[in-house]
Design a binder for this molecule. Structure first.
Ligand code: NAD
Length: 439
């Protein structure tokens, strides 16, 4: 599982050798810890061609805890407010603002471009704002040194809706997220009493929580103050109980495909659920020509059908509380497709369809948001079993030239799960270091 190449390029001789050979230069990414909770340096705030966010953006940027400035020698983050750009000519301001400062961004720094939702009746505005997407995705690919770039679309005058997302994107928690476009609604954020424990008083259920990504999600949600219920198949009981005990969580041994799964979940959460994370997933790889029907059916059943069924039943029964958050787990395979994974990619693409369709209705009818994480190459037991050559390709073929860690998916899930993330709805965010697959 260890990434020996990343270790090698972290040493002076290794760096020298790999540079001479023109090989990728991954930078060891800094994740959130209690000792290093924030980026190391100021936040440069630039504006290109006016703003639709007005003065309300200032306090939101200040809430990130970074020192906000209009001039910095070595910024840890740069926010470019491009919400006022409505014409192709206006895009010149993006170049004018960022060209002089992009080299000065600190190693592992962040660039966030703020745009607005595309207009349905002004195609010049739509063209200019869509241009920002191509810009940011390209910047993410060329910026290097562990830095990332994202586009955040914020409705005019709705800067407050962006606070939880800016706190996430401008922090070590988003280390492996790059080249993403997130569009916020103008919904006001639910209040947060304590940003150090934003999920305090909330109950979260995580499926597939015995190990891997699910165990990490459970751990991060518990860190953020949630009371967690860890669900996994009865065969994984030993690992499940160990994970749950470590977190002061409850273990719920249950196969998510069981016909009474929703009822059993509801019984385990008498006060309802505030966060529901559909993480359980399986692969049964074969090319379609060699794939027996049961391998197809098992994957669609666990990864998609059970997610649809339990989501419907828990929403209908009112088990997901108002202000609740549903987070589903897709995959870049569901976006790009993958050789030998027609079943898996179909199931994960289905998850994306579910999220996009249900999100607005779940918000309107239940006050619940629905989003998806789409992990790329994450260092887990699953990817450690991949043959060496394919594993190396998976690790390096992304803008950060390394695999992600389970905690990267967990931090993204925790951002979706926050009370303050009411405006984050119907989004599919890739946690893939901007993988070339499906980009
Ligand atoms: P994993 O195999 O390590 O863990 C999955 C967990 O889900 C296991 O503990 C398993 O027992 C549980 N599970 C399986 N079927 C279940 C069922 N019917 N009911 C309850 N629990 C069940 O996998 P992982 O790498 O941690 O992946 C977690 C999720 O992330 C999956 O949905 C996976 O498809 C997705 N994902 C992973 C990667 C990656 O690189 N590891 C990439 C993209 C997507």
């Amino acid at each position: 599982m260890a990434d020996r190449y990343l270790h090698l390029t972290g040493t002076a001789p290794g760096r020298f050798l790999t540079r001479r050979l023109g090989l990728p230069q991954p930078v060891r990414l800094r994740r959130w810890t209690l000792e290093t909770p924030a980026l190391d340096g100021p936040l440069l705030h630039l504006t290109a061609g006016g703003s639709t966010l007005g003065a309300s953006l200032g306090p939101v940027l200040a809430a990130t805890g970074l020192q906000v400035t209009e001039q910095a020698d070595r910024p840890a983050g740069i926010v470019l407010d491009a919400t006022g750009i409505t014409t192709a000519a206006g895009l010149a301001a993006v170049h004018a603002r960022l060209h002089p400062v992009v080299r000065s961004l600190a190693t592992g720094g962040r660039i966030v471009v703020l745009g607005t939702p595309l207009s349905a009746d002004d195609h010049h505005q739509a063209a200019a704002q869509q241009a920002l997407e191509g810009f940011v995705r390209s910047l993410g690919k060329e910026i290097g040194r562990g830095a990332t770039a994202q586009l955040l679309r914020v409705a005019p005058g709705a800067a407050a809706s962006a606070e939880s997302t800016l706190r996430f994107l401008l922090s070590p928690r988003s280390a492996y997220v790059s080249g993403q476009v997130v569009e916020l609604t103008d919904t006001a954020p639910d209040p947060v009493a304590d940003w150090a424990a934003p999920l305090s008083g909330r109950t979260a259920l995580v499926t597939g929580a015995a190990r891997g990504i699910g165990a990490s999600v459970a751990s991060v949600l518990a860190r953020d103050g949630a009371q967690v219920i860890c669900l996994d198949v009865p065969q994984a009981r030993e690992d499940l109980v160990r994970t749950a005990d470590r977190l002061g969580a409850t273990a719920l041994p249950l196969d998510i495909t069981a016909p009474d799964a929703a009822e059993r979940i509801a019984a385990a959460a008498p006060d309802g659920l505030d966060v529901l994370v559909h993480n359980a997933g399986i692969t049964r790889d074969r090319r379609l020509a060699n794939m027996p029907a049961e391998r197809w059916a098992q994957v669609v059943e666990v990864n998609l059908d059970s997610v649809l069924r339990t989501t419907d039943a828990l929403l209908k029964a009112g088990t997901v509380n108002r202000g609740g958050r549903i987070v589903a787990t897709a995959s870049i395979a569901g976006i790009a497709g993958n050789n030998g994974q027609t079943n898996y990619a179909a199931s994960k693409a289905g998850v994306i369809g579910l999220v996009r369709s249900l999100a607005p209705r779940a918000a309107a009818d239940h006050g619940v948001t629905v989003n998806a994480v789409a992990p790329g190459f994450i260092e887990t037991k699953m990817t450690a079993a991949v043959p060496l050559f394919i594993r190396e390709a998976g690790r390096r073929m992304n803008s950060l030239s390394q695999g992600g860690l389970p905690v990267d998916v967990a931090e993204t899930t925790a951002w979706f799960a926050q009370p303050a993330s009411s405006a984050v709805n119907g989004q599919v965010v890739r946690v893939c270091g901007q993988s070339l697959l499906g980009a």
